[in-house]
Design a protein around this ligand. Sequence first.
Ligand code: MN
Length: 218
Amino acid sequence: MSRSLEQYRKKRNFTETPEPVGRVGRAGCSRIFVVQKHEASRRHYDFRLEINGALVSWAVPKGPSMNPGDKRLAVMTEDHPLEYADFEGVIPDGQYGAGTVMVWDKGTYETQDGIPPDEQLARGKIDVVLHGKKLRGGFTLVRMGTRSTDRQKANWLLVKHHDTDADPSWDIERTEFDRSVLTGRTPKEIETGRPRTKSRLGRTSESETDATQAKRAG
Ligand code: MN
């Protein structure tokens, strides 16, 4: 069953925000995850897993942790389009989620126990192995409280597994973590429109930067 972007689109004015309109993609065999650091009115990290052609999303106020001793609150938000995984830029003032978005981590994931991710999502417990630059190894997302009919308002917990990737000394505030895995930029550099330092997507990145600057200038 494919997922819906109706809520995502309803919240946004795409003539004002540089975020993608997007569409529901086809499910591939390797699935992506992305974590975006979002300097909104309240800073948080958006944790997103590709499930059935969309990015199922949670806002994690304190950000993910590689320390199995940390239990991070993760509030489920609306599904985002797959294209959103490469979105980095500034959402203008007055728009939904206004502020700077940085691709904090990105990679692929697999489910840990052979249960497809949509079934894991439905049961309220998601066990995955992440292959990112900053986040690696096993993680569990578990829904708290009673089974709610309004799935999208549910609170979940994000917890690192005790495995060889675990790091009890994890501190997300370390400056080396504060760069985009896509462009090498800090949130400040994204905000001021500085071009990417490592061009992996070439032309796309430049037009993206121009578009962002044009939006802000106009
Ligand atoms: Mn956000």
